[in-house]
Design a protein around this ligand. Structure first.
Ligand code: B16
Ligand code: MG
Length: 244
């Protein structure tokens, strides 16, 4: 519990909290990113972008691909075109973005529930069992298709995808929308993210953020783990005492 809150409580109320008669927990919601946190669709995005870049005569590296994580399809294409030094009109860009999306959909068509990262379902169930609301916030317009293929729709109290927002990560809109759907204030939410853009968006929304991946790349996050399986209910509680 937040120390500042504790100091405002009367002696009786402190007793109630100790005996779990009152829950003053600050973290009441956990918002999951999809690609790279629940499942490795990030790899399929990379394969599709790489195929497109190859056609344009540009060799897209995995390092450069990090910049595409969490941002919109249009923005991803613009980043690749900038890297390749190519300038195209809006119509041509639209054709290329649709082509990439068709390949991506081809790749994910055969996705199965066993592709969910180890420990993710257990984590969601454990958090739910402890009264934490669960949200999904993915910049992807294909997020609902992926969630359906993985058969995990019922695990979420709210799902926000790329079709529901005007600005994608690093803009905080997606996380504000998710908190609203969960009927929680942003400060009551923790975000789990694998993309730099996602971490920036979560912090900009006034939420705590757990990064999944390389600690150097995700240094802005409040805590970083290599895999989602390492996150636990206790991690959320620890973050309540962290100031951003
Ligand atoms: P789509 P996330 C993001 O999803 C991906 O990380 C990013 O690489 C992709 O460009 C974006 O979705 C848009 O995806 O083309 O399917 O609409 O990480 O926010 O779950
Ligand atoms: Mg992601």
């Amino acid at each position: 519990m937040d120390y500042r809150l504790w100091t405002f409580l009367s002696k009786e109320k402190r007793e109630d909290v100790k005996l779990n008669r009152i829950d003053l927990s600050i973290i009441r919601g956990c918002i999951f990113d999809l690609d790279g946190v629940i499942v490795d669709t990030a790899h399929y995005h990379f394969l599709a972008w790489k195929r497109l870049a190859d056609e344009l005569g540009y060799h897209l590296t995995e390092g450069e691909n990090e910049q595409l994580k969490g941002v919109s399809r249009t923005r991803s294409l613009e980043i690749i075109l900038d890297l390749a030094g190519i300038s195209l009109n809006a119509e041509h860009k639209e054709i290329l973005a649709s082509k990439k999306n068709a390949w991506f959909n081809e790749y994910i068509e055969r996705m199965v529930p066993s592709e969910i990262f180890p420990g993710v379902k257990q984590l969601i169930r454990d958090l739910r069992g402890r009264g934490i609301k669960i949200g999904l916030a993915s910049s992807s317009k294909n997020a609902r298709t992926v969630v359906r293929l993985l058969q995990i729709e019922q695990e979420f109290d709210a799902i926000v995808d790329g079709n529901m927002i005007r600005h994608t990560k690093p803009h905080p809109e997606i996380f504000f929308t998710a908190a609203e759907e969960l009927k929680l204030e942003p400060e009551n939410c923790v975000v789990i993210e694998d993309a730099e853009a996602g971490v920036v968006a979560a912090l900009a929304a006034g939420m705590k953020c757990i990064g999944i991946g390389d600690p150097e790349r995700l240094y802005r996050a409040n805590k970083v783990f290599r895999t989602t399986a390492e996150v636990a209910f206790s991690t959320l509680r620890e973050l309540e005492t962290v100031n951003n």
